[in-house]
Design a protein around this ligand. Sequence first.
Ligand code: AMP
Length: 206
Amino acid sequence: MASELIHAILLLGAPGTGKGTQGAILGQVPGFVHQSSGDIFRSMDPNSEIGKLFRSFSEKGELVPDDVTIRIWKQDVDRRIAAGTFRPTSDLLVLDGIPRTPSQAKLMNELLKVHSVIHLSCKDEEALVERLRKRAQKQNRPDDAKPDVIRRRLEVYREETRPVLECYDKSIIHKIDPLGTPASVLRDILSVVAPIQADVLGNALA
Ligand code: AMP
């Protein structure tokens, strides 16, 4: 882990709000590194102990326990630093799908300086269900293929993840409507994060 706090931006929103899509686009911009906890879990050997544990929770729409999740997250940060694909002095980490509980947020806040929480806020759950169904057809995602698992994922978001918002100062929370076109959502996100990159890391990037 880096000795200084890691500069971070959080993408927070229910499954289907496009965190992964927007995070991946942002990650293409120099100085932004996209890190998705779901992608980290999915990239693990499915026959390993953690791979099996992940599957046992994700196929029910449940969260992996906090201690395991934070351990895997830290390992991934360290791996990126060692590989030179994340440079804490000049990159902003764009966190997607993590923290997902207030206790994850508390553990992570010891290591992070969170500059902004992008809250992809959507009251239209049916629109999200539809998006998740479509995604399941395109990608091989067993957790989004079954309607009851989708419903559970949305319920878990409401009960366990939405309270993460309370762990951050209101002044850094930016609510964005995720149901616009991908380009308009990106524009709204960039209007929040571009000034942060300029203010916080401008000197390091110059
Ligand atoms: P996602 O791709 O972010 O929707 O994540 C897929 C699944 O991975 C979730 O339903 C959880 O089972 C697991 N997962 C991803 N991130 C976390 C997290 N921060 N905490 C606990 N479980 C997670």
